[in-house]
Design a protein. Structure first.
Length: 353
């Protein structure tokens, strides 16, 4: 028998979430598959969405090529754009859509003898100040792209810095800034990420780019109850130990039993993606019931307090996150975000679920 740790991927939930977000957005939606589809398996997710997705987005060229090698023929947007001119003939051959967000990328196209018929997404910096052309330079960049004769289409885009924060005004400022900077330029627009689609109706334009919500996590921590978790991290209880009151459990003795306790050992640790910094008391579902984490997470194992669940036994089913305990809840307990929890789920095998 193999180790019971596994990542169960529900592709029906993935399709459901995509269709929900597309209806909510009202326009076309790119399914973001960067970082191996946030840990869910890019090829598997692309295959599941092939019949309904308007296109996909990845971080860089190697991720785009991997999708093409897997048979994906839908549009694939490369969000970081190109790093070297040598990527241009690959982008042309494999028909990547590419983001252009700084001067060197623009010059790369201007100076290339190999570029042709590129689908470019021109990125505008509306206040995040991470990447994108300053608003005063957008018209010039647009004109230079058109003048190359190597660009088939230009989509105008920006990215939100704080769309997941309830009640803040900066997103409205970014939307207004984008509209003003691009008002006289033709072409489709793309503003909304997952949080933009969920929280900002005014950001819903021609294209959205949905990542976290696609995998069933509400990016704003609100109750978009129709989203379904796509990944369930599961394992089993592999041993049970009786611990006397006052005895410590695990590395550093962080958890000390306040009563005679029944401690269950779970085959899942930080090497499988469960955050090492998760605090005692974080819920773990055992046989469908939430019990508390008890002790520091180890590389391959973690421990839970089964004292109030006497029916639990060796072989009892464990969910670390999924439908009963959300990835966001685990992340909050560890002082991180759901993105990181999902992306770090790497060692345990992915199985249909």
């Amino acid at each position: 028998m193999s180790r019971p740790a596994r990542l169960c991927i529900d592709t029906q939930a993935l399709v459901h979430n995509y269709q929900l977000l597309r209806r909510l957005h009202g326009g076309r939606v790119l399914a973001v598959l960067k970082a191996n589809a946030y840990g869910h398996g890019a090829g598997q997710c692309a295959s599941a969405l092939a019949h309904c997705a308007d296109g996909f987005a990845v971080a860089f060229g190697e991720e785009a090529s991997a999708l093409r090698e897997a048979g994906v023929r839908a549009p694939v947007l490369v969000l970081e754009g190109l790093f070297h001119e040598a990527e241009l003939p690959i982008a042309v051959r494999e028909q990547w859509w590419i983001v252009v967000h700084h001067e060197a990328q623009l010059r790369m196209i201007e100076q290339s003898s190999q570029a042709s018929a590129l689908n470019v997404w021109l990125k505008v910096d509306t206040g995040m100040h991470r990447c994108g052309f300053q608003t005063s330079l957008v018209h010039q960049a647009y004109s230079r792209l058109k003048a190359t004769g190597k660009v088939a289409s230009i989509t105008l885009m920006s990215h939100f810095a704080r769309a997941d924060e309830a009640g803040e005004g900066f997103t409205s400022t970014q939307i207004a800034c984008f509209d003003q900077a691009t008002a006289e330029l033709p072409g489709p627009r793309s503003l909304a990420n997952s949080a933009g689609v969920v929280c900002w109706p005014g950001a819903r334009r021609d294209w959205a780019r949905c990542g976290l919500a696609l995998y069933g996590v509400d990016p704003a921590g609100r109750s978009l109850s129709d989203l379904r978790p796509v990944m369930s991290a599961r394992s089993e209880i592999i041993a049970i130990t009786e611990v006397a009151a006052g005895e410590a459990v695990g590395y550093g003795g962080r958890f000390v039993a306040s009563r005679p306790s029944r401690i269950g050992l779970v085959a899942f640790g930080y090497a499988d993606g469960y955050p090492r910094g998760t605090s005692d008391g974080t819920p773990v579902a055992v046989d469908g019931q939430r019990v508390p984490l008890a002790g520091r997470v180890s590389m391959d194992m973690l421990t839970v307090d089964l004292t109030d669940l006497p029916s639990a036994r060796i072989g009892s089913e464990v969910e670390l996150w999924g439908g009963l305990v959300s990835a966001a809840e685990v992340a909050a307990s560890a002082g991180t975000i759901a993105y990181e929890v999902l992306c770090n789920a790497k060692r345990a095998p992915r199985l249909p679920g």
